[in-house]
Design a protein around this ligand. Structure first.
Ligand code: 5GP
Length: 114
């Protein structure tokens, strides 16, 4: 399951995605079912199934994902605010077993989320 999840196929360019950013450590692409005018997913290329699987060795990678999110927010016109979301596990609403950060913006985002 981990070896063939949909995000690994996007990393390997086996299925298409509308890319927003790529570097040696991560990939960002527009969500196929956007929940806001801007909805981008930022994912590590390293296989990490969930947020709960992060270890101390991932410290720099986690920081990098956040800095890419900040860069994309600026590039995509989210100067008036945005939201970063990481769903973790079944009860956290995670549906794809590859760590990903949602970058959402372009509309008012209310709290608490559903
Ligand atoms: P999760 O619910 O796991 O936090 O988020 C998974 C996200 O991946 C969902 O927002 C869903 O719309 C998105 N998604 C699932 N399959 C694909 C796909 O094949 N391409 C793209 N671009 N997004 C996908």
């Amino acid at each position: 399951m981990l070896a063939d999840n949909i995000f690994l196929k996007i990393i390997d360019k086996k299925i298409p995605a509308k890319l927003a950013h790529e570097d040696e450590h991560c990939l960002a692409f527009h969500d196929i079912n956007p929940q806001a005018p801007v909805h981008v997913l930022i994912i590590p290329k390293k296989v990490i199934p969930t947020h709960a699987d992060l270890t101390d060795t991932d410290q720099a990678l986690v920081g990098h994902l956040h800095l890419v999110a900040r860069k994309l927010a600026a590039e995509l016109g989210l100067g008036d605010g945005y939201r970063l979301v990481i769903n973790c596990g079944d009860r956290g609403g995670q549906t794809v077993p590859h760590l990903h950060m949602h970058l959402l913006g372009g509309r008012d985002l209310h709290w608490p989320p559903g």
